[in-house]
Design a protein around this ligand. Structure first.
Ligand code: NAD
Length: 341
């Protein structure tokens, strides 16, 4: 197959592209910035927020023909979007532009949504897909994914566009330690502990998330691509995660264990917009795609830390202080959840 991937310089995009190439598919990427991890596939530098012209939009770029598009391009960090809500609108515009391209060229689309669409409601042990209730939109990032999903569903109804929506959760693993661009919790903890710096667990001891090793996420997307291309599975919204809750404290302890350091942890209240408990119900992914995640958090952290160390050894210039991305325009008092929120 010929697969167009937006957001192809990002963590999931890069891992997915390499996996697809390895399985004999052709990949072409679009991203607003260069891929700093690999030059194994061609891509076009393009800002997907650029307004569509009435005369063709993305179709005017002369992209190579494709059989399917995987739309991963987005501003992907919750706190950054809470701080800069314009970026949430950007996400919706990107999705619209990619959808218009899919409509014009008749391409089925795979869309990367998020467990953030469930909000922070603590109503279920595990979250089945139908539990999403958009009255509980937790952050501007969640709103951007809900808007994206809504656009997809409307295009399916109005224009017969075949789709799969995947809701990911805390994807971690190789190609995620570009901390000056984007601060994700696992590379941040690894980076800080290696430097002998303290870490802060926002959301406290009970904060429980469903961490997904990137190879599991990519395996699920790949199954989805094949099923959608063959029209075996279409127009479905599917959770893709590991299916097990782990506290952030345990995650930090596993990293410390790998690094053989004593972690200096501080517990703090949740940040605005954060989900503090989520465990995916994977029944639908199993049933429709035969998806079976393989990498436990223990194994995944060991592989991630090993990859981080290997990468850091060849990039000593990255060993500098990192600013967490909730630090910024919002005053300190505005960055935390209050009882009312
Ligand atoms: N990683 C996770 O835990 C997770 C969880 C849920 C959902 N998602 C979603 O999955 C997708 C991929 O996530 P990721 O972790 O690889 O994030 P990422 O930030 O590593 O990749 C996203 C890519 O989109 C690109 N992009 C941003 N703005 C763009 C624009 N205007 N034009 C073109 N490209 C643009 C970025 O440059 C980046 O390379 C995102 O849509 C994200 O919201 C990720």
């Amino acid at each position: 197959m010929r697969i167009l991937i937006t957001g192809s310089s990002g963590q999931i995009g890069t891992n997915l592209a390499l996996e697809l190439i390895g399985s004999g598919h052709d990949v072409f990427g679009i991203d607003v910035r260069e891929n700093t991890w690999t030059d194994a596939f061609p891509y076009r530098i393009h800002d997907l927020t650029e307004r569509q012209t009435l005369t063709g939009g993305l179709a005017t770029l002369g992209l190579p023909d494709a059989d399917l598009v995987v739309h991963l391009g987005a501003h992907a960090k919750v706190h950054q979007l809470v701080r800069e809500p314009q970026r949430a609108l950007d996400n919706a515009v990107m999705t619209f532009n990619v959808l218009e391209y899919a409509r014009q060229t008749g391409l089925p689309i795979v869309f990367s949504s998020s467990r953030e669409v469930y909000g922070d409601v603590h109503r279920f042990e595990e979250y089945p897909e139908q539990a999403a209730d958009f009255a509980f939109t937790e952050s501007t990032y969640s709103a951007s994914k809900i808007a994206g999903e809504a656009f997809i569903y409307s295009y399916a109804r109005c224009y017969d566009l075949p789709y799969l929506v995947f809701r990911f959760s805390n994807v971690y693993g190789r190609f995620d330690n570009d901390l000056q661009r984007m601060v994700r919790v696992i590379p941040l903890f690894t980076h800080s502990m290696l430097r002998g710096e303290p870490i802060t667990i926002y959301g406290g001891r009970d904060k429980t998330l469903d961490f997904t090793y990137v190879d599991d996420c990519v395996a699920g997307i790949t199954r989805g691509i094949e099923a959608l291309a063959e029209r075996r599975v279409t127009n479905q919204t599917i959770n893709l995660a590991y299916g097990q809750g782990n506290t952030l404290v345990r995650c930090a302890e596993l990293i410390a264990n790998e690094l053989e350091v004593e972690p200096q942890m501080t517990l703090a209240p949740s940040l605005l917009g954060e989900v503090t408990r989520y465990v995916a119900d994977l029944s639908k992914a199993r049933e429709l795609l035969g998806y079976e995640p393989k990498v436990s958090l223990d194994e995944g952290i060991a592989m991630s830390v090993a990859w981080f160390r290997e990468h850091r050894a060849t990039h000593p210039e990255d060993d500098v202080p990192v600013r967490a991305d909730h630090e910024g325009a919002l005053g300190a008092g505005q960055a935390w959840k209050t009882a009312a929120s």
